[in-house]
Design a protein. Structure first.
Length: 74
């Protein structure tokens, strides 16, 4: 049990805020399962986080391309 607390603490130090997906990643699924509403929420959260990661990667690629153009123009 203490191991879970340390892992949650480390995650909070890393991210400052965590969500349900992060908590489940550390503690595992609830033994009694989740309600349908919570399952839907978790699915939507996961999809939104994946979309945000993809957008960040796309923006990072665009910024890297712009940096290369700026370097060539100097």
């Amino acid at each position: 049990m203490i191991n879970f607390l340390y892992r949650l603490g480390d995650l909070l130090l890393e991210k400052e805020t965590i969500n349900l997906k992060d908590i489940i990643g550390v503690l595992g699924a609830r033994p009694a399962g989740m309600s349908e509403t919570m399952t839907e929420y978790l699915t939507e959260l996961t999809e939104r986080l994946e979309q945000e990661e993809e957008q960040a990667e796309d923006e990072g690629g665009i910024e890297a391309d712009e940096d290369k153009k700026d370097e060539r123009n100097e």
